[in-house]
Design a protein around this ligand. Structure first.
Ligand code: ATP
Ligand code: MG
Length: 365
C-alpha cells in the first residue's frame, strides 16, 4: 500500500458570523506521518470532527492548506479525494444486503461486475465477514455493522483512512476488541490513518501519534507515552487520566533531581530540567506515581478519606495540607487501609513531571 503523507497548515474553519462566530478549527497545523495512525483527541466541541471533515472535503476551510500526497486538495470535492471516511453512525443502507452495501462505491464508480465481486469478497474476508453477504444490516451485531462500514470504505482503496468516533455505539468490551482490530488492520495495510476520539484510553492504546486538541487548536503532539508522562499543559494533564497537581517551591537542586518544598516537607523529585531555587513548580503526579512510605522524613503526611478497591489496585483519596486531596493508587495491595488512617506519601522515582508555573521567582537566601 502506498504510504501517503497528509498535511494541514494553518487551517481555520469558522461557523456563524458576528457574535455567533465559532472558530471550530483555529490555525491547525500538523504533518501527519505517512503510513501511521494519528488520533485527534479532545473534549466535546474542541473541533475534532470539523478538522476531520476538512480533510475529507465535507467542509471548506476559510484559511489554510490541506495537502494530501503533496497536492493541495482544498477545492477537490470529497468523492475525488483519496480518502475514505468511517462515521460513528456506520451510515449503512438498511434496505441493502451486506454485499450491496460494500459494493456500493464500486458500482457508482462503474467498476465491472466481476471485479466488484472479487473486491467485495476480499474486503469481507479482511474484516472476517465472509458468509454474511446476504444479510441485511439489521441482522448484524453492532460490531459486525461497524466492520461492514470499514469494508465498504476499504474496497474503494483509499490512500488515507479517516475515522470519526467509530466505536462509540458499541459496548465497552466490543469497543476494546474492535479498536485492536482496527489497529491491526491499519498496521497490516500501512495506510495513513487519522482517527478521532474523545476516549483517552482508546487514543493511547492505538496511536503512533496523538494530537490533543482544545478550542480548535492543537495543545500537544506526542507519542502516547509522552502525552501521558509529560503533558505540556495542565489541560493535557487533566484531560489524559487522573492527575494530582502538587504545588511546591524548589528548595534545592541536585544532579538530575530537585527537592521540592510542599506540605511542610521536602519531596525529592527526579528531573532533568534545570531548576532554580525558589522557582514555583507544579508536580504532575499520576496516582501510580505516588506510594506509601513508612514515615520517612521526606514524605507527605495525610489522612485517608476514601478508599476504592478496584481489583488490581486500591485507589485512595488522601487529605493533605489545608484541605487538598491526593489520589494514590496502591497496585496489587496486600491489605487495605481504612478511612481515618494516617499515612505518609512519597514520590516513585522517575515517574513525575514538573510543570512550569509562571517565570522564575528566585528567593535569595
Ligand atoms: N455545522 C455547524 N454549524 C455551526 N457550528 C458548528 C457546526 N459544526 C460544529 N460546530 C461547532 O464547532 C465546534 C466544534 O465542533 P466539532 O463537531 O468539530 O467538535 P468535536 O470535537 O467533534 O466534538 P464531539 O466530541 O462532541 O463530537 C463546536 O463548538 C460546535 O458547536
Ligand atoms: Mg465530533
Amino acid at each position: 500500500m502506498k504510504k501517503v503523507p497528509v498535511a494541514m497548515s494553518n487551517v481555520t474553519k469558522v461557523f456563524g458570523k458576528g457574535p455567533e462566530e465559532v472558530r471550530a478549527v483555529d490555525g491547525f497545523t500538523h504533518q501527519f506521518e505517512a503510513g501511521r495512525l494519528t488520533t485527534l483527541l479532545g473534549p466535546s466541541g474542541c473541533g475534532k470532527t470539523t478538522a476531520l471533515r476538512c480533510l475529507a472535503g465535507f467542509y471548506q476551510p476559510e484559511e489554510g492548506n490541506i495537502m494530501i500526497d503533496g497536492k493541495r486538495v482544498n477545492e477537490v470535492p470529497p468523492n475525488n479525494r483519496p480518502t475514505g471516511t468511517v462515521f460513528q453512525s456506520y451510515a449503512l443502507f438498511p434496505h441493502m444486503t451486506v454485499f450491496q452495501n460494500v459494493a456500493y462505491g464500486l458500482k457508482i464508480a462503474k467498476v465491472p461486475e466481476l471485479e466488484i465481486k472479487k473486491k467485495v469478497a476480499e474486503g469481507l474476508e479482511l474484516l472476517q465477514l465472509t458468509g454474511m453477504e446476504d444479510r441485511s444490516p439489521d441482522q448484524l451485531s453492532g460490531g459486525q455493522q461497524q466492520r461492514v462500514a470499514i469494508a465498504r470504505v476499504l474496497v474503494n482503496e483509499p490512500e488515507v483512512l479517516l475515522f470519526d468516533e467509530p466505536l462509540s455505539n458499541l459496548d465497552a468490551k466490543l469497543r476494546v476488541y474492535m479498536r485492536g482490530e482496527i489497529r491491526n488492520l491499519q498496521e497490516r495495510l500501512g495506510i495513513t490513518t487519522i482517527y478521532v476520539t474523545h476516549d483517552q484510553e482508546e487514543a493511547m492504546s492505538i496511536s503512533d501519534t496523538m494530537l490533543v486538541m482544545n478550542h480548535g487548536r492543537i495543545e500537544q503532539v506526542g507519542s502516547p507515552m509522552d502525552i501521558y508522562r509529560k503533558p505540556a499543559t495542565e489541560f493535557v494533564a487533566e484531560f489524559i487520566g487522573m492527575t494530582n497537581f502538587l504545588q511546591g517551591v524548589v528548595k534545592d537542586v541536585g544532579h538530575g533531581s530537585a527537592g521540592i518544598y510542599m506540605y511542610d516537607t521536602v519531596v525529592e523529585v527526579q528531573t532533568d530540567a534545570v531548576r532554580r531555587i525558589g522557582e514555583e513548580v507544579t508536580i504532575v503526579a499520576r496516582p501510580e506515581a505516588l506510594r506509601f512510605s513508612n514515615g520517612k522524613a521526606s514524605s507527605i503526611r495525610g489522612t485517608i478519606q476514601h478508599l476504592f478497591f478496584l481489583g488490581s489496585l486500591a485507589r485512595y483519596e488522601i487529605a493533605v495540607g489545608d484541605g487538598d486531596t491526593i489520589i494514590l493508587d496502591d497496585p496489587n495491595p496486600e491489605k487495605l487501609l481504612s478511612r481515618g488512617n494516617t499515612v505518609h506519601i512519597e514520590v516513585v522515582p522517575h515517574s513525575v513531571y514538573l510543570l512550569d508555573r509562571g517565570g522564575f521567582n528566585t528567593i535569595s537566601d
